[in-house]
Write a protein that binds this ligand. Structure first.
Ligand SMILES: [Zn+2]
Length: 143
């Protein structure tokens, strides 16, 4: 089971499909909003905890390399999997519904952009949508 795959907990949310593709996940009930925020905080704290552990491992390896306990090749061989894990966690977190991909907000509703396959808060998505429309208009003027 992937780390963020159990975000499917939002089954009680109302899902609106408009403009054919973008999806708004909106919760109006204050109690459900509180539960959603609590779940997001748990996921965010867990990802921070895992990132901190990986950073500690990387720092230990750097110290060993600086003290000549590890050769540069050994250091690279050991540190690359750690860097890959850090990147994977960051990408999963950024593209998950837990945080807005732009403002990093953990509260509030989310809009899924099928173009980017990323979740945004409604405010950030509105700004993005304006830029998408300007981009389409600009392309129309060019062609
Ligand atoms: Zn945002």
């Amino acid at each position: 089971m992937e780390f963020f795959s159990f975000i499917i907990i939002y089954t009680s949310c109302k899902v609106y499909i408009f403009l054919k593709t973008k999806r708004l996940i909106q919760i109006k009930d204050p109690l459900l909003r509180k539960i959603r925020l609590g779940l997001r905080q748990i996921l965010l704290n867990e990802s921070k905890k895992r990132l901190n552990l990986l950073h500690d491992k990387r720092r230990d390896l750097q110290d060993s390399q600086e003290l000549n306990q590890l050769s540069y090749d050994e250091y690279i061989h050991l540190v690359n999997p750690i860097v890959e894990k850090v990147n994977k966690i960051r990408i999963e977190l950024s593209s998950s519904i837990v945080v807005c991909a732009i403002c990093r907000d953990i509260e509030g509703d989310r809009v899924f952009s099928p173009k980017d396959k990323i979740w945004y808060c409604p405010k950030c998505y509105a700004i993005l949508e304006k830029s998408y429309k300007k981009e389409i208009e600009a392309l129309g003027k060019i062609n």
